[in-house]
Write a protein that binds this ligand. Structure first.
Ligand code: KIV
Length: 274
């Protein structure tokens, strides 16, 4: 799916909600794509859920590019969008284009960046360089130090108005969609009503044009307490521990490997799978 198709996906015009999930490697991208998602986001949540950092501030463009390449190796039908990590676009348009081009060469079909009006110039420069851009407003994890923690945003009328203005500026600058994270349902709804491009919510209520969840949260693979907005659809963490526990028991009791799982002397050179 390309950004031209995504751009038109407004529920108010009868479109189905956009389904987005993060992915960080070839297996995750393969299984998400097989489930029929519309987009996979190589999110900078990579820093938290894969690399074990407590925030998203410890990630380089090289780190992102490596994981974008792994996701792209799955050749998903779903659109691959990659986060520009902090602070790979904060110095201005030239730096942003360099960073985004590295992610595109690794396999991204578009990039996502955080922030509103103050990013307009960077968004235009990326579009001038032919790189489609997705916006991200509300609880923007790259601003964790400035926000004083991970807090629901736009709760006051003033803050909600500012967020709406930011969304309109991003739309005018040419982004094809906007992620709304950690905002009241009323704000998710009103921004979605006002914008002509789709909104994709995470903790923004049910009225956005799509939803995104982090792969590890959705599957029960996250180590911390999940946020209120997470719905966990499987408990793979428990399943993994149980399966590896069974393996350990079988190794220790001599039940693994069995003769069927061992090679005989005949058929030299046969494939390892036979
Ligand atoms: O990095 C990420 O996973 C994200 C989503 C939470 C939207 O940006």
């Amino acid at each position: 799916m390309n950004t031209q198709e995504i751009r038109t996906r407004k529920r108010s015009r009868g479109a189905d909600p956009l389904v987005v999930v993060t992915a960080y490697d070839v297996a995750g991208a393969h299984f998400a794509d097989a489930a029929g998602v519309d987009m996979v986001l190589v999110g900078d949540s990579l820093a938290n859920v894969v690399l074990g950092h407590s925030d998203t501030l410890h990630l380089s463009v090289d780190d992102m590019a490596r994981h974008v390449a792994a996701v792209a190796a799955a050749r998903p039908r779903a659109h691959v969008v990659a986060d520009l990590p902090w602070p790979s676009y904060h110095e201005g348009p030239a730096q942003a284009v360099r960073s985004a081009a590295q992610l595109v060469r690794a396999g991204a079909e578009s990039v996502k960046l955080e922030g509103g009006t103050k990013r307009a110039e960077v968004v235009r420069a990326l579009l001038d360089a032919e790189i489609p851009v997705m916006g991200h407003l509300g609880l923007t994890p790259q601003s964790v130090l400035a926000m004083g923690g991970y807090r629901v945003q736009a709760r006051s009328d003033d803050a909600a108005r500012t967020l709406l203005e930011d969304a309109l500026v991003l739309q005018e600058s040419g982004v094809y969609a906007v992620v709304l994270e950690g905002v009241p349902t009323t704000v998710g709804r009103s921004v979605t009503e006002v914008l002509d491009i789709p909104t994709i919510g995470i903790g923004a209520g049910p009225d956005t044009d799509g939803q995104v969840l982090v792969f590890h949260d959705l599957l029960g693979l996250s180590l911390g307490r999940p946020a209120k907005f997470v719905r966990q659809y499987a408990d793979l963490g428990t399943a993994i521990t149980e399966a590896i526990g069974h393996y350990a028991t079988d190794v220790r009791s001599g039940q693994f490997p069995s003769p069927a799982e061992s090679y005989g002397d005949s058929s030299p050179g046969s494939p390892a799978s036979e």
